[in-house]
Design a protein around this ligand. Sequence first.
Ligand code: ATP
Ligand code: MG
Length: 407
Amino acid sequence: MRQSKYFLKTSKTVSADDVSINARLLEQGGFVQKVMAGVYDFMPLGLRVLQKIENIVREEMDKIGSEMFMPVLHPKENWEKTGRWQGLDVLFKLKSRHGSEYALGPTHEEIITPAAQSVIGSYKDLPLAVYQIQTKFRDEPRAKSGLLRGREFRMKDLYSFHATAEDLEEYYNKQAIPAYEKVYQRLGLKALLTEASGGTFSKYSHEYQVEIESGEDIIYVCGKCGTAKNKEIFEEGALCTNCGKTEWRETKACEVGNIFKLQDKYSSAFNLQYTDQDGGKKPVLMGCYGIGTSRLMGVLVERFHDDKGIIWPDASAPFKAHLLALKGAEKQAGEIYESLLKSGIEVLYDDREASAGVKFADADLIGIPYRVVVSPKTLADKAVEVKKRSAEKAEFVQIENLADFIK
Ligand code: ATP
Ligand code: MG
């Protein structure tokens, strides 16, 4: 992508009321633009990052379920059936000019459970799992941490359906948890499996928590085995359920995922049943599994940055290489750009008429993994100067070896 033609402008200023690191760097880098508190434009550069994250989530979820897409606009009746029209304080409610009322989806149990009725008849249909990646709406009281807490945000939500509690347990432990670990691992994040309050029907739910300074949750991490517990359920002096020790470390963290065994909570509300082997009707048991994909983008920035800007890990970087043409090297830089594209490398090519200082500062701010500088000086050696954003020093690489070097 030629930067001169890209819908992108970095800036030195940010909205005054948001001081979080991710909001500041993502806004300055031209990834997002604030529309109002908790609501952002994802500019082309930011959309690329979000899509990288969501594609990793999609690839791992495709191994344990199938993708579908549900509406954002929900009928009031569905939310009344579960008691959440009144019971869920963050629910956005709309009234149409014809007098009907609707909710904007904050989560989709109220939609997926009735939808599953047409798919699930007998025990032979089970187990099943389905997911979507979608925009969610929540009327959050505080939306001041950039992408960490939006009023409009992105989430992957997966729902599983089972005949027995054992089957739900097995799916939860042997499919959902490993798939979740793979997602965070591929993104380069250490996410701690954390015991949290379980909601209505099981003792615990599990959250995935990433340690960051700006995290809103407080968790206790076992110093021996790394098992974690959310503060809301933590008892002073409690034994670690995994290793039996009591060496807890308190830390701030951000919840990037949450998995629940819902049992029959929603299937009973919507009368979602299956016919068992003996011919009797039983409620389908369900699990639900969320990942905050736009929040993850914010967490990555909170975790990977320095005082000059973002340092994207490869998997979520918007481009692999940032090619900078300095004065007098424009023609050759253009040729290098074309050849990198031919080698299948995603390149942002800074072909703007701007000073070297401006280009270097923008490259640091945007944080693409490889910065490649072409100048008359490097060309004298048939080379370019390559610097990893995460490294201190640059090195010279012969132009003919550049694509292999980056790959
Ligand atoms: P929190 O406790 O942070 O408010 P939650 O427990 O209400 O989150 P869930 O209903 O478990 O959230 O949603 C699943 C995932 O969606 C969360 O783990 C989180 O990563 C993400 N998420 C939830 N609320 C927001 C939000 N307002 N902005 C961005 N991401 C969110
Ligand atoms: Mg949660």
